[in-house]
Write a protein that binds this ligand. Structure first.
Ligand code: HEC
Length: 233
């Protein structure tokens, strides 16, 4: 369902983009501008990495983003930015940063329409970005392939470490009662995009659970649910 509607959205985006290109090349043909709209999307979906002090070149000002407009459009069509590094639908994650079809539409109209700036007064303030560094879980919860959990753990998130770039690794938990729970299917994951996969719902793994699918030489940190009341995102 979700994938189908994203595809439909993307097809609409492609059509809209093609029509505008034929008619207008670089003339300004869009009411979507950086200051009012695009900056907000970039701050929400891209700036956690693309900012001064982030893991990639900054895209937080018009002057910085404008020269990248065509590359940004290519990344949107290829759906490679924002990078996620896992197959959708295998596990559910609350920090998935994918753009919505309407956000993709707005970004592409902006770019195809000549990427206007608009009134700089309208640019929102850059949000604060908490460092998304690897968590410091208990040593006992960093597992390698085939590891058997000695203690039960309530898993809140997963952080892959030292994953070979670009592979496809479905990782599962085999419970002692024989059930198999999907954890995350790493796909074209890159360590320099490194981020946690925060579970939509915490997962109870009893003692005796075996973790499988982690590539050789890599590990997976099982981030425990912090004690105390639900933070409630
Ligand atoms: C999780 C971090 C992260 C997020 C979020 C992210 N990017 Fe990136 N992006 C990167 C990194 C790292 C690179 C550099 C890749 C490299 O050096 O090859 C990159 C590269 C790019 C490039 C250059 C690609 C090229 O032509 O070489 C573009 C354009 C881009 N990102 C756009 C975006 C946009 C637009 C968004 C938001 C919709 C976004 N990125 C979100 C990490 C991120």
């Amino acid at each position: 369902m979700k994938t189908a509607s994203i595809r439909a959205g993307l097809a609409a985006v492609l059509l809209a983009g093609a029509a505008v290109t034929v008619e207008a090349h670089d003339a300004l043909t869009t009411s979507v501008n950086w200051s009012q709209t695009v900056s907000r999307i970039v701050y929400e979906r891209c700036a956690s990495c693309h900012r001064d002090g982030g893991t990639a070149f900054s895209l937080t000002t018009y002057a910085e983003a404008r020269p990248w407009a065509v590359a940004i459009r290519d990344e949107i069509f290829a759906r490679t930015m924002p990078p996620w590094g896992a197959v959708k639908g295998f596990g559910e994650f609350r920090n998935d940063r994918a753009m919505s079809p309407s956000q993709m539409n707005l970004m592409v109209s902006w770019i195809e329409g000549g990427a206007p700036e608009g009134d700089p007064e309208n640019v929102p303030e850059l949000p604060e970005f908490p460092p998304e560094s690897p968590p410091a879980p208990e040593p006992a919860s960093v597992v390698r392939n085939g590891a058997t959990l000695e203690n039960a753990i309530r898993v809140d998130g997963l952080f892959p470490r030292d994953i070979p770039d670009g592979g496809s690794y479905p990782i599962v938990a085999e419970l002692p009662d024989g059930r198999v729970e999907p954890l995350v299917w790493l796909y074209e994951y890159r360590n320099d995009y490194g981020h946690a996969f925060l579970l939509e719902t915490p997962l109870e793994l009893p003692a005796g659970t075996v973790i499988r699918g982690i590539p050789a030489g890599s590990s997976l940190a099982l981030m425990p649910r912090p004690a105390g009341p639900d933070p409630g995102d």
